[in-house]
Write a protein that binds this ligand. Structure first.
Ligand code: PMP
Length: 428
């Protein structure tokens, strides 16, 4: 029983392990874009297992690759040659857009960002790092230290000196009324101001669209403008593509490409969806940066054969079925549909997004204040209607987050929008 499990969860796991819903869900199985809970309820999944189920639940191609590999051997060490790891690295390097790319696999996004920081700080001989306000980069000591989202950064101690840059949130405060060009100019001025008062940082780490931060949408070209400033100082750009990579944003394969005028980032990190649920993370960098570490290195589980087999099958499916194009088409329809709903709801500040990464920002009507209570209520109402969505934002989580598996059909998009419409109506 779920409730019994909840009591056991509460008594043995940390209090700070966040759970959705008053009566938390226990997901037992899935298929396509649907999942089922322990009580047999079926849900349309608009949160993609928090973006880990990139393609589809129980995708036969991935299931087969995983079970074939498990039937052969479960083995892991970077001390031996590993065929699926080399093959996936070749594929990832090929689609990365980074010249002379090297790929290092990890087990999570956190560890990928840790590795990126290790590379950047070693390469630049500086432990000062620029990060964005409202950002989320993971749970390790160093990743927490570069996480600007106050709700998710529990410690102020850090092995790094971090300076936070504006650029993530523009829905409220002094930046809200600026045009795109004015916003970019103001953020660049803020960055230049920071750089004038510090030792040269190693890198700027940024999510092209902030994920946990509420699927914020910086104007196209923001990071290209930052890049010009960074280049003048020799500062590296690390794009955290943990949520935005692999075609999710529809128009582009990587989130950074909306800002790509000045070329690819120096380092890209990825995780979540590439394994379609298997834990793969990784770092891509041109070889000069990747090879700046001269110590021997071993990762026991980074690149383990079973996760690499899943990643290869998933990436092949994703590319062969043009799921990026599907994200663009179906996501575009969904955004339009949600904007029409929002026009009739004074509590919706904006519907924003790209492809199948869509944020719906809620405010108290007639004010500019976040409405986290309604966001929580909409989540509950959507669940009751058979739809799973997420939420995010700053310390007031008042943005609904929609990120279904990329194989979402038009009919499912319509069905989900209708459930969300009811959930919004019933909570007005
Ligand atoms: N970066 C971003 C942008 C993320 O959204 C997350 C996870 N929410 C992470 C890093 C950390 O990834 P993981 O949970 O796999 O460690």
């Amino acid at each position: 029983m779920t409730n019994d499990l909840y009591a056991r969860h509460r008594s043995v796991l940390p209090d700070w392990l966040a759970l959705y819903y008053e009566n938390p869900l226990e997901i037992t199985h899935g298929e396509g874009r649907h999942v089922w809970d322990a009580e047999g309820n079926k849900y349309l999944d608009f949160f993609g297992g928090i973006l880990t189920t990139m393609t589809a639940h129980a995708l036969p191609e991935v299931t087969k690759a995983v079970s074939d590999q498990a039937g052969r051997i479960l083995h892991s060490s970077t001390l031996y040659l590993n065929r699926p790891m080399v093959e996936l690295a070749e594929r990832v390097a090929q689609v990365s857009g980074i010249p002379d790319a090297r790929v290092f696999f990890t087990t999570s996004g956190t560890e990928a960002n840790d590795t990126a920081l290790l590379l950047a700080t070693t390469y630049r001989r500086s432990n000062t790092v620029l990060a964005m306000r409202n950002s989320y980069h993971g749970r390790s000591f160093s990743a927490v230290g570069i996480t600007g989202n106050r709700g998710w950064s529990p410690t102020s101690l850090s092995p790094l000196q971090t300076l936070y840059v504006h650029g993530g949130v523009r829905t409220r405060g002094p930046y809200a009324s600026l045009s795109d060009a004015e916003f970019i100019a103001a953020c660049v001025e803020d960055l230049e101001d920071l750089l004038g008062h510090t030792r040269p940082p190693a890198a700027l780490i940024a999510e092209p669209i902030q994920g946990v931060g509420g699927f914020t949408s910086p104007p196209d070209g923001l990071y290209a403008a930052f890049r010009e400033v960074l280049n003048a100082y020799g500062i590296l750009w690390i794009a955290d593509e943990v949520q935005t990579g692999w075609g999710r944003t529809g128009e582009h394969f990587w989130g950074w490409q909306a800002h790509g005028q000045s070329g690819p980032p120096d380092i890209v990190t990825f995780a979540k969806g590439i394994g379609n649920g298997m834990s793969i993370g990784g770092v891509i960098a041109r070889s000069e940066i990747m090879n700046c570490l001269d110590a021997n290195s071993i990762s026991t589980f980074g690149g383990t054969q079973i996760t690499m087999a899943a990643g290869l099958a998933n990436l092949t499916y994703l590319l062969e079925h043009d799921l990026q194009g599907n994200a663009r088409r179906v996501g575009g329809l969904l955004i339009e549909r949600l904007r029409a709903l929002a026009a009739q709801d004074p509590g919706v500040r904006e519907v924003r997004g790209r492809g199948l990464m869509i944020g719906v920002e809620l405010i108290r009507p007639g004010t500019d204040q976040a409405d986290p209570e309604r966001a929580a209520a909409v989540l509950e109402a959507a669940r009751a209607g058979g739809l799973l969505i997420g939420k995010g934002g700053g310390h007031n989580t008042s943005a609904l987050r929609i990120a279904p598996p990329l194989s979402l059909t038009v009919a499912e998009a319509e069905e989900g929008a209708a459930i969300l419409e009811n959930a919004l109506r019933s909570t007005q």
